[in-house]
Write a protein that binds this ligand. Structure first.
Ligand SMILES: Cc1cc2nc3c(=O)[nH]c(=O)nc-3n(C[C@H](O)[C@H](O)[C@H](O)COP(=O)(O)O)c2cc1C
Length: 196
């Protein structure tokens, strides 16, 4: 069945192509071939300030440059994130984006006493997180316990109701061999085709 899929390209550098871009392109090609409907957000192209306070988060205006992003998230049935691991975590640009868009009356429904944390606001959506990294993926998964990806899955996506979330961890990207890159591009194309 055809799905509405939102690709969020979280690589902060849009000035030259990176593995994250090739992976997202393969995913999108597979998804398009299967008849899924796609939208894409390129964080490198968005200009927005960092959120500075809870007051601003609860009562301030969403930056106008992020309005379309919220509409795209609301529209999507499945969201696929692509980003490189930076200092053990998602790049600050992606974290800053999520802090801005995950606001009350959107990512959360207000609860008792106007609490902004009342209920999850984005239930009914699934996600995939695709992360590239310099270290072997097995080291990140088993030695570091994939802590930042788990945090994204549980404390951010799960917190607003996005589940299930699957992950694809791609290691040793510093000098990736063409045949390994091709293998990953093929895998991502297959995931796109299946809409997962
Ligand atoms: C600022 C910065 C921090 C990084 N931190 C990590 C890290 O903590 N662990 C890791 O395995 N790789 C780290 N890397 C390597 C990137 O994850 C790797 O270069 C990326 O996945 C490959 O994409 P790119 O080179 O096309 O951007 C870091 C790279 C940069 C630029």
């Amino acid at each position: 069945m055809s799905k509405r899929i939102l690709v969020i390209q979280g690589h902060p550098d849009g000035s030259e192509p990176h593995l994250c871009h090739a992976l997202a392109n393969s995913y999108s090609e597979g998804a398009t071939d299967a008849g899924h409907v796609l939208r894409q957000i390129n964080l490198a192209e968005l200009d927005f300030p960092l959120l500075r306070s809870q007051k601003e988060w609860e009562h301030g205006q969403l930056p106008a440059s992020l309005k379309q992003a919220q509409d795209d998230i609301a529209w999507a049935e499945h969201i696929v994130f692509f980003f490189p691991l930076w200092l053990g975590d998602m790049p600050a640009l992606l974290k800053g984006f999520l802090e801005q868009v995950a606001r009350p009356d959107f990512a959360f429904k207000r609860g008792e006493g106007d609490s902004p944390w009342g209920k999850k606001g984005l239930t009914g959506r699934s996600a995939r997180v695709v992360v590239t990294m310099g270290m072997p993926a097995i080291v990140y998964r088993w030695y570091f316990r994939a802590h930042s990806v788990k945090s994204l899955e549980r404390n951010i996506l799960g917190f607003v109701g996005i589940a299930p979330v699957h992950e694809t961890l791609i290691g040793m990207t510093g000098n990736i061999k063409p045949e390994d890159a091709a293998k990953w591009l093929g895998k991502l194309r297959g995931m796109g085709f299946k809409g997962e």
